[in-house]
Design a protein around this ligand. Structure first.
Ligand SMILES: [Ca+2]
Length: 169
């Protein structure tokens, strides 16, 4: 093999290594199950969309995207730990006390009908502390939700209990 051929062969091997890294992650992303994101805006508008359920990824880089779609000024609640499963996302419009009285009215087809008794983790990208409750209308056990841009996992006994949520003010 001449010198030029050697350089080309090494360069080719290096290029294929670099190339392989991206398609592996891209193909895992394409193979992930999707989850539904239900977004409640401050003006009353409700939208639903789907995205990959990144919490189910094996790749740490993809797992880190589990809460990527949680915007600033939103409280984002997830069906499973680590930001996985269906997402119920609530905008904090700023002033006053905000929240939702009854998660059984939040539609979630993949949760068996509604988001009631589903939450296992959350992200809070608002400037407020929020409180979630075991029962609707702010009744039952109360637990606080501090600011976090990474999914905060509830302890197991608190999984699948949340029925209402309110900001402190
Ligand atoms: Ca409940």
């Amino acid at each position: 093999m001449g010198n030029v051929a050697k350089v080309l062969a090494v360069g080719g091997a290096l290029a294929s290594t670099l190339f392989a890294a991206v398609p592996a992650q891209a193909s895992e992303e394409a193979s992930l199950p999707t989850r539904t994101v239900t977004k409640y805006y401050g003006d009353g508008k409700v939208t639903t969309s789907t995205e990959p359920d990144y919490a189910k990824a094996k790749s740490a880089a993809l797992q880190a995207k589990a809460a990527f779609s949680c915007p600033v000024d939103f409280l984002c609640m997830y069906q499973h730990e680590n930001g996985g499963g269906a997402a119920f996302i609530l905008e904090d419009p700023g002033s006053g006390r905000n929240g939702h009285d009854d998660f059984s009215k939040v539609r979630c087809d993949s949760c068996g009908g509604s988001f009631n008794d589903q939450m296992s983790s959350f992200v809070n990208k608002t400037s407020k502390t929020w409180y979630w409750y075991f029962d609707k209308d702010g009744y039952g056990e109360q637990h606080n939700m501090n600011w976090t841009d990474k999914p905060f996992n509830l302890v197991p006994r608190e999984h699948d209990k949340a029925s209402s949520v309110y900001s402190w003010r």
